[in-house]
Write a protein that binds this ligand. Structure first.
Ligand code: GDP
Length: 366
């Protein structure tokens, strides 16, 4: 096949893998204007489509962003903050101003103190060496917080481009589709490649004659649990609406299973409550510590599910870590799954999560 480039984003066209950048069906190649499927959908349906690439490939794009002036909008999933972390984000951001956006706020219980959560995100960013101009909590799905964010983006971009970056599944496409609705109405939204002759796969949504929103491909962070789950299991663990916390009063020597994907053994400490924030559809199972191993052996994929059989084949084995937790209110976080809030006396827990997606503890966000 001769080398053909997309007239929209400039990526090299391929006709073999619909999941990868640059795909176009071969039947479309005899048109005058050749567009990859992603640009085609954007042009004709005003809809951006998910596209992803590995972090290694993404690093090649970094220099092209960091050489351009503009504002970086970094989207994370507040339900999976560590899984939304982009390795090398500092190199991408360089000296660009950055707005940090925590998406999916609609999932949090109303009792969450939003200001405290914003403070927490700000401090997380600072710890990672990222200087933020502003931090917002939004819901791209419901449209919460979009007006304030849009105003801040307008103020900070100083008539330059806006680069939207994020790992896969944080809701980047949903967010951009909202922006498209706001800024363009029904106009054709893509123009010719912003970086002619390159194979970057950036998409440009014009803001005015001189500047645009640039959608960058979603980066795959291998620490995201979504990469290990079957479609069916992903549906179960992904919260669809506001999380209803489930409270367990536990004595030491008791265990909680979160499906068969994560587990907490309460080793030592006074009786206290474990407040669990997970998808309402995920089964939580309480048992005696002495029975826990046997229960897992015999009932994973059945009583303890997800994982189903398909997920189990690709899921790394559970790995344990022990935490000694003091008096301060603390969350045990299972990235991408949810968290357990502890607000009592000191205790020791042993936690299990799939290898590569380690559980962490943080100061409680609620
Ligand atoms: P992308 O891979 O970053 O482009 O993410 P998508 O836009 O495809 O969204 C990934 C998943 O998160 C989809 O199931 C969306 O419906 C969901 N999602 C996106 N934004 C929100 C949001 O604000 N709230 C909730 N609850 N779900 C969202």
């Amino acid at each position: 096949m001769e080398t053909i480039f997309c007239n929209g984003c400039g990526i090299q066209i391929q006709t073999t893998d619909p999941e990868k950048l640059g795909y176009a069906p071969s039947s479309s190649l005899n048109r005058d204007t050749i567009l990859c499927q992603r640009c085609f959908r954007l042009k004709h349906y005003n809809e951006i489509q998910d596209i992803s690439m590995s972090d290694e490939d993404f690093m090649q794009l970094v220099s092209s962003i960091s050489e351009q002036e503009g504002l970086v909008v970094y989207i994370i999933d507040i339900f999976d903050v560590s899984g939304s972390f982009i390795p090398g984000i500092n190199r991408i951001v360089g000296n660009h101003p950055i707005i940090l956006v925590g998406n999916k706020v609609d999932l949090l219980p109303k009792s969450v103190n939003k200001q405290k959560l914003i403070q927490w995100l700000r401090s997380q960013a600072k710890e990672a060496g990222i200087k933020t101009e502003d931090v917002f909590l939004i819901s791209s799905k419901k449209g919460f917080g979009m007006d304030e964010l849009a105003a801040s983006m307008e103020a900070h971009r100083k008539n330059k481009n806006i680069y939207i970056v994020g790992t896969t599944n944080v809701g980047k496409s949903t967010f951009i589709n909202r922006l498209i609705q706001r800024s363009t109405g029904d106009k054709d939204v893509i123009t010719t490649s912003y970086f002619p002759g390159t194979t970057l796969g950036f998409i440009k949504i014009p803001l005015d004659d001189a500047s645009a929103i640039i959608d960058t491909p979603g980066i795959i962070n291998k620490q995201q649990i979504v990469h290990y789950l079957s479609e069916e299991d992903l549906k179960i663990i992904t919260p669809k609406k506001e999380i209803k916390p489930k409270v367990y009063q536990l004595n030491s020597q008791q265990t909680l299973f979160f499906g068969g994907l994560a587990r907490i053994d309460f080793l030592k400490g006074e009786r206290q409550s474990f407040v669990c924030y997970f998808s309402n559809d995920l089964n939580i199972h309480r048992t005696k510590l002495e029975k826990a191993d046997e229960l897992y052996e015999n009932h994973v994929t059945k009583l303890l599910s997800p994982p189903n059989e398909l997920t189990l084949k690709q899921l790394p084995p559970l790995e344990e870590r022990t935490f000694r937790i003091g008096e301060e209110k603390t969350d045990i976080v299972f990235p991408g799954l949810g968290w357990v809030s502890l607000s009592g006396s000191a205790l020791t827990v042993r936690v299990f999560s799939p290898k590569g997606v380690p559980a962490i503890i943080r100061k409680s966000i609620i």
